[in-house]
Design a protein around this ligand. Structure first.
Ligand SMILES: *[C@@H]1O[C@H](CO)[C@@H](O)[C@H](O)[C@H]1NC(C)=O
Ligand SMILES: *[C@@H]1O[C@H](CO)[C@@H](O)[C@H](O)[C@H]1NC(C)=O
Ligand SMILES: *[C@@H]1O[C@H](CO)[C@@H](O)[C@H](O)[C@H]1NC(C)=O
Ligand SMILES: *[C@@H]1O[C@H](CO)[C@@H](O)[C@H](O)[C@H]1NC(C)=O
Ligand SMILES: *[C@@H]1O[C@H](CO)[C@@H](O)[C@H](O)[C@H]1NC(C)=O
Ligand SMILES: *[C@@H]1O[C@H](CO)[C@@H](O)[C@H](O)[C@H]1NC(C)=O
Ligand SMILES: *[C@@H]1O[C@H](CO)[C@@H](O)[C@H](O)[C@H]1NC(C)=O
Ligand SMILES: *[C@@H]1O[C@H](CO)[C@@H](O)[C@H](O)[C@H]1NC(C)=O
Length: 335
């Protein structure tokens, strides 16, 4: 009896779920966010709660600790709230543009006067504009057409693959797997695919805020989570067969389709060396779309905080020193 009463307060504790250590906001239907999910399921020793959203939610709701998005939305929200910080790269994705050969397109310059599907003001809109600029085509030399994404064939009306197959657009550029479904929607040999990592790759990052990172306890949780995210991304990069089924279930993309688009994604992580160069250039586009004056390089550069990564790598080394880790650090972790 004495022992049992000793246990009672403990049972009470177990009955009340502990508050989440971290709340994370991301678009919960994109492949890019899924390493965060795997981190919380397989590695993180505390609890994480996921909220549908992204960096816009992160800067507007102080109960959110981390947010994931492409560099495009980071620039857009940083313009209103300079508390936003990029702390790590989750995925780099060189977007693709698919065109219909039947519309007379075999090279990029053939897109002059054509109808190109994309979502304006997003990473996809920027990608299309940058890619077509390489052959001297300015906005207005082609027509942009809005549409919806698709995760599974047959794609619904008004999705890009459906518009392409019906000949209502001649090409489109967007993230995966919608792009792949566009290729698959055309008769064999009719899809022409353009991709140039040097012109554009999405840089999908993990973010926090200046305030969260200044809070000692919160920062410690974020560093621990990032340490675990580094481990999860190593699996995404080197042994994806271990996560296909769960990523598939999380974002409703079939495993065969996921396998087709997996290598378009680079999960090696770190903080890209040229990140500030990319931000400086893309800021001009975002400012134009949002009707404001572009910020200078020095200003957008302050959004990048490499100190959290340094601490996470130190923690990872310490953990390995204690014999818990496997393998060596890889990728651009220290950049
Ligand atoms: C996946 O599909 C299921 C069933 O249709 C749905 O309940 C769920 O919200 C979908 N998840 C996403 C991320 O779209
Ligand atoms: C989780 O692990 C970190 C080290 O990686 C440790 O400092 C922390 O105390 C652990 N938290 C819990 C709740 O076990
Ligand atoms: C920016 O976001 C931070 C973190 O959510 C918040 O504390 C701050 O009040 C915001 N500032 C503005 C100007 O909205
Ligand atoms: C802020 O996020 C929390 C989840 O952490 C949510 O419960 C709350 O409703 C959000 N508040 C607003 C104003 O959206
Ligand atoms: C930024 O602030 C302006 C002015 O308050 C507002 O119109 C705009 O919607 C905001 N943008 C974002 C991305 O929150
Ligand atoms: C797309 O953005 C451009 C500016 O880059 C604008 O001129 C155009 O009207 C927009 N098109 C659509 C379909 O929203
Ligand atoms: C697509 O549009 C056609 C013609 O407008 C309509 O007949 C059909 O039911 C729609 N299909 C779906 C899946 O909504
Ligand atoms: C952009 O700003 C100009 C000048 O202030 C204004 O005339 C125009 O209506 C604005 N456009 C949008 C889309 O806000």
């Amino acid at each position: 009896m004495a022992r049992l009463s000793f246990l009672l307060p403990l049972l009470g504790l177990l009955a009340t779920p502990a508050p989440a250590a971290l709340t994370i906001s991301a678009a919960l239907n994109v492949i890019e966010y899924t390493p965060l999910l795997t981190t919380s399921e397989d590695y993180y020793n505390s609890s994480a709660v996921f909220i549908n959203g992204g960096v816009a939610t992160l800067v507007r709701n102080s109960s959110i600790d981390l947010g994931a998005n492409a560099e495009t939305q980071a620039l857009r929200n940083y313009a209103n709230n300079t508390s936003l910080r990029i702390i790590w790269n989750i995925a780099e994705v060189p977007y693709r543009l698919v065109a219909n050969r039947a519309a007379g397109i075999s090279s990029l310059s053939d897109l002059k006067g054509k109808r190109v599907g994309t979502i304006n003001g997003t990473s996809a809109g920027y990608f299309v504009e940058q890619l077509l600029k390489t052959v001297g085509l300015q906005y207005g030399d082609y027509q942009t057409v809005p549409g919806n994404i698709c995760h599974e064939a047959p794609c619904a009306n008004r999705t890009f693959p459906d518009l392409l197959a019906k000949g209502e657009i001649d090409a489109f550029g967007i993230w995966e797997p919608t792009l792949q479904l566009g290729i698959d929607a055309l008769p064999k040999g009719q899809a022409v695919v353009f991709q140039d990592r040097k012109v554009y790759r999405e840089i999908y990052n993990l973010h926090s805020t200046k305030e969260k990172l200044a809070d000692k306890k919160k920062r410690r949780e974020i560093v621990v989570f990032l340490k675990d995210l580094i481990k999860a991304q190593r699996v995404f990069e080197d042994e994806p067969e271990k996560v296909y089924a769960r990523v598939s279930a999380a974002v409703n993309v079939s495993v065969p389709l996921l396998e087709k688009v997996w290598r378009v994604h680079d999960w090696s992580g770190g903080i890209p060396r040229d990140l500030v160069d990319v931000l400086e250039e893309e800021e001009k586009y975002i400012a134009r779309v949002d009707n404001r004056t572009a910020s200078r390089r020095e200003h957008v550069a302050k959004m990048v905080d490499r100190s959290v990564l340094k601490e996470a790598l130190a923690l990872l080394r310490k953990e390995k020193g204690h014999g818990h880790g496997r393998g060596r650090g890889r990728g651009r972790g220290g950049n």
